[in-house]
Write a protein that binds this ligand. Structure first.
Ligand code: HEC
Length: 145
């Protein structure tokens, strides 16, 4: 039983090293700022300048995060690319939509990094609502059982 748990944990850790997540600084501040400009121009009139949404239009901060938790960023990008702006779906370029994803990450307090988010990377970046626990802490918990 215990070895099965350990094996499962090791598989998770291996997957963890192969994949980046939203807490790993996967976009740059400059990119998020470009995304902000795009967002204010194409999205803010519905979702609000501060992404808070309205009674009819969902927010892109707060509870938004838990809806996308556990997906990868290509899913969010794909949705925005094909369904948004709702009145002109698919009208923005992939580059603009990638910058907008960076802006949404920043608005939700995910940290910026030194490398820009690129379309090719989206699929390998997990959308983690909560900062993943370092492996050392998980190991301690397993020992304590
Ligand atoms: C004309 C109004 C309008 C505009 C403009 C608009 N949206 Fe939306 N957006 C909506 C509505 C309404 C929904 C809810 C759709 C549904 O539930 O089917 C939505 C849903 C979303 C969602 C999913 C929210 C969730 O809860 O998971 C995202 C992400 C999103 N929009 C991003 C954008 C982005 C990025 C832009 C600009 C490129 C944009 N939207 C422009 C009206 C709009």
């Amino acid at each position: 039983m215990r070895s099965k748990i350990l094996l499962a944990l090791m598989a998770c850790m291996a997957a963890g090293t192969a994949q980046a997540g939203t807490w790993d600084g996967v976009y740059t501040d400059a990119q998020a700022e470009r995304g902000n400009v795009q967002f204010q121009q194409h999205c803010a009139r519905c979702h609000g300048a501060n992404l808070a949404g309205t009674f009819e239009i969902p927010p892109l901060v707060g509870r938004f995060i838990s809806y996308w938790d556990g997906t990868t960023l290509d899913v969010l990008f794909g949705y925005i690319s094909s369904a948004m702006p709702q009145d002109r779906p698919g009208s923005l370029s992939p580059a603009a939509n990638t910058d907008i994803v960076a802006f949404i990450l920043k608005a939700n307090n995910f940290p910026a990094g030194t490398k820009e988010l690129s379309v090719d990377d989206l699929k390998s970046i997990r959308f983690d609502a909560d900062r993943p626990q370092p492996a050392a802490i998980i190991k301690k918990r397993v020992k304590a059982r």
